[in-house]
Design a protein around this ligand. Sequence first.
Ligand SMILES: [Zn+2]
Length: 160
Amino acid sequence: MNRRAFIAAATATAAAPLLARLSWAAEGSFEVTRTEEEWREMLTDLEYEVMREEGTERAFTSPLNDIKELGIFHCKGCDLPLYDAATKFDSGTGWPSFYEAMPGAIGTKQDRKLLFMVRTECHCSRCGSHLGHIFDDGPEPTGKRHCINGVSLTFEPAAA
Ligand SMILES: [Zn+2]
């Protein structure tokens, strides 16, 4: 292989994962996909607004706020396990809060909907449903605060 061919090959190899990731984000293609009608059928109006249109439930309205027992919080859109209750903490914000997601469970993107700040949006990695936002004022060990809409989640208590 001559030098020019080598550089071209190396460049293509380096660029491929980046391009794949960009197109993934642009198309929003996920392992679990549903039409808008299917989503509307399986979700309430509020769930649809939050999960599919990145809305936000009113603070202190989710019954999941008060859950303190061990278990796993799953995605309401596709049942993927997202958050271990062991990482849940009381943030005082009125939304279920976690300092860490389960490995590979969520995806993130920049959210510029608020003019004065860029927030990190997070969503289910399998069906793309919006969960909430991640902030840098969480507790140890991660320092992160995943501020999650309760309507995007279901709770499965650990087996006794
Ligand atoms: Zn999901």
